[in-house]
Design a protein around this ligand. Structure first.
Ligand code: G3P
Ligand code: MG
Length: 251
């Protein structure tokens, strides 16, 4: 046995269906499910009191009605925030989800998850992995979980917790560096997650030759992304899962 038997979907809803619902909320995951997505990408980080939550930014200004950094915020304080009305009044009352709440929903819907270990500036990657990873491993089966990160220390620490047979790890890149292969080998990666406009054909070819799945982020125009399927890209991570589904269903 090598990696978990993951049936990689052609599309993964980025932060849930983030074009249609407030990103990284339970509502965004339900919207992704209703649009036909079977997997979502979500960002995981810690509040100041150690609670693992689903959130992208280092602070709450952009995606809530409050202010302040996650590093100094308690769960009780976070739950006073409205994390939905900023997007649309229809989502007023939506909360910042805890990792536990999100994992329960993913299991209820039997969805797969690419959980990104989000190490914002000044935050500790090791503490994040130690608090969040065991719960993810305990809750989601190997075939419905991929952990990714831009942070090499976080990924290396994840591998200390679980073998490549149990845990699929993915390396996130902006521009793919020359050292991509060494970085993937060091953690026995399952997948490479490049920023799609910066990925070169030769790099995609080399990644596939070396046996890595390719999950490209974040593409929102199916026509613009079209030629990349011929490159052997396994999955597209998109804010627009319904548009990609329509496109894929008709091609
Ligand atoms: O995992 C793909 C993508 O989410 C990485 O960038 O900033 O959207 O979390 P970001
Ligand atoms: Mg992300």
């Amino acid at each position: 046995m090598t990696h978990p038997a993951i049936q990689l979907p052609a599309l993964i809803a980025h932060r849930g269906y983030s074009a249609a619902a407030p990103e990284n909320t339970l509502a965004a995951v339900r919207a992704a499910y209703e649009a036909g997505a079977t997997w979502v990408e979500l960002d995981v980080q810690l509040l100041g009191d150690g609670t693992p939550v689903i959130w992208h930014d280092g602070d709450v200004a952009r995606c809530s009605n409050g202010r302040g950094g996650l590093a100094s915020m308690s769960w009780a304080k976070a739950q006073t925030l409205d994390a939905g009305a900023w997007f649309d009044d229809r989502f007023a009352g939506e909360k910042m989800p805890s990792l536990s709440e999100m994992l329960a929903l993913l299991n209820e819907l039997e969805m797969g998850a690419n959980m990104e270990i989000k190490v914002n500036k000044g935050r500790d990657p090791i503490a994040l992995v130690e608090r969040a990873l065991p719960e993810m491993l305990d809750t989601l089966p190997p075939e419905r979980l991929i952990i990714s990160s831009f942070n090499a220390a976080a990924l290396g620490h994840c591998r200390q917790f679980a073998s490549k047979e149990r845990l699929a790890l993915g390396v996130l890149f902006g521009s793919v560096p020359k050292s991509w292969h060494e970085q993937c080998e060091a953690i026995e990666a399952f997948s490479v997650h490049p920023h799609w406009p910066r990925l070169k054909r030769a790099q995609a070819d080399a990644m596939q030759r070396d046996g890595y799945q390719i999950l490209c982020y974040t593409a929102n125009d199916p026509s613009a992304f079209h030629s990349r399927w011929e490159w052997g890209i396994g999955s597209v991570i998109t804010d627009e899962p319904a548009a990609f589904k329509r496109f894929l269903d008709s091609h």
